[in-house]
Design a protein around this ligand. Structure first.
Ligand SMILES: *Cc1c(COP(=O)(O)O)cnc(C)c1O
Length: 349
């Protein structure tokens, strides 16, 4: 049969998300989902959406949601962009700022969607090596290239760089866009959203998927100088005018307003994380310091693949990569205390 794919599509190696298996006996610690439900007000807001709001197209500019986000962060609406998950925002941002003919810089161990977008758009990659202890040295980024992106905290290592280090990086690199992917900033890292007025080349992306328990809703945000935001809007309006549906807009507004609820669930996750680190260490794991809702842990004797398989057989899903420098490690999402207990019981068995 003729294959009608273009050369670009033939060359793609698409991103592979963690397995979405579910069931009564599954403990799912493989995709960094939040173990707690969204705030009750969020579910109420979704149920409150009227038939008329679904019959009509949603607000293409998501004005109420962006206004709510702007007020929450002390910004103005033209500094805020929302999209169908932060992955979509990254895809738009790569097209808007990084298809400039120069290599994009990002850590060699990092979110595996970045190389996928590079391949899709034909962007050359300049990988920046993590240190032997898996930390990211921002001094390693070079001047006069096509841009810089990194997650902070990083994935899958969970380690964070402080905001003042990001400031120093921005002082040095005023000529290329820096995209800081703060998908995990809710779990104790330092956000640099407050720096966007100082640095017109800084874009910061957030997601409702992790800290705000809305992975199933698909909602992401970006903050930056109005000119960066306008660039995203130009790409969005050349691709899909309505990426954020009416349910997601309603859920997003309610979520931002339910601050007390999220403060509690985030605190619980950070407490469970602290306990999980010592429980894993007591079982011979080496665990990197984590500022995220997951930990990156080296299996005893580096035997991660075997541990991964046995956990999988026992219905405990974690993430494993058979790749250099990662193949002795597991990425384990922080669940409820009961879910972490299921992990420990399976490990002990
Ligand atoms: C989860 C994650 C995202 C994507 O979040 P969505 O809003 O669900 O698309 C982006 N970046 C990193 C580093 C992530 O881990």
């Amino acid at each position: 049969m003729t294959n009608f794919w273009t050369e670009t599509v033939k060359r793609l190696t698409p991103y592979v998300p963690g397995e979405q298996r579910s069931g009564a006996h599954i403990t799912k610690l493989n995709t960094n989902e939040n173990p707690y439900p969204p705030a009750p007000e969020v579910l109420q807001a979704i149920r409150g959406v009227e038939g008329d709001q679904l019959r009509r197209y949603p607000d293409p500019e998501s004005v109420e949601l962006r206004t709510t986000l702007a007020e929450y962060h002390g910004l103005s609406i033209d500094e805020v962009f929302v999209g169908n998950g932060s992955d979509e925002i990254l895809a738009l941002a790569f097209l808007a700022y990084f298809t400039n003919g120069k290599p994009l810089q990002f850590p060699d161990i990092s979110y595996s969607f970045y190389p996928v977008y590079c391949d899709l758009y034909g962007i050359e990659q300049k990988l920046v090596e993590l240190e032997p202890d898996y930390s990211l040295s921002l001094e390693r980024f070079e001047a006069n290239l096509g841009g810089i992106i990194f997650p902070n905290p990083n994935a899958p290592t969970a380690s964070a760089v402080p905001a003042d280090a990001v400031s120093r990086l921005l002082e040095k690199h005023t000529e290329q866009v820096l995209l800081v992917d703060e998908a995990y900033a809710d779990f104790g890292g330092e956000s640099v959203v407050g720096l966007i007025r100082q640095y017109p080349n800084l874009l910061v992306s957030h997601t409702f998927s992790k800290g705000r328990s809305l992975a199933g809703m698909r909602l992401g945000v970006a903050f930056g100088h109005p000119s960066l935001i306008e660039g995203l809007q130009r790409v969005k309006n050349s691709f899909n005018s309505y990426p954020v549906d009416a349910l997601a807009q309603a859920a997003g507004v309610a979520s931002i307003k339910a601050e007390d609820y999220y403060r509690q669930t985030l605190t619980s996750i950070m407490q469970t994380r602290q306990q999980a680190v010592s429980d894993l260490q007591n079982r011979g794991f080496e665990v990197l310091p984590s500022a995220a809702n997951f930990v990156f842990a080296k299996a005893p004797d580096g035997n991660a693949e075997q541990v991964f398989r046995k956990l999988n057989d026992a219905g405990v899903l974690v993430r494993y990569w058979n790749k250099p420098r990662l193949d002795q490690w597991l990425r384990i999402s922080i669940g409820t205390a009961a879910e972490m207990q299921a992990l420990l019981s399976a490990l002990d068995a």
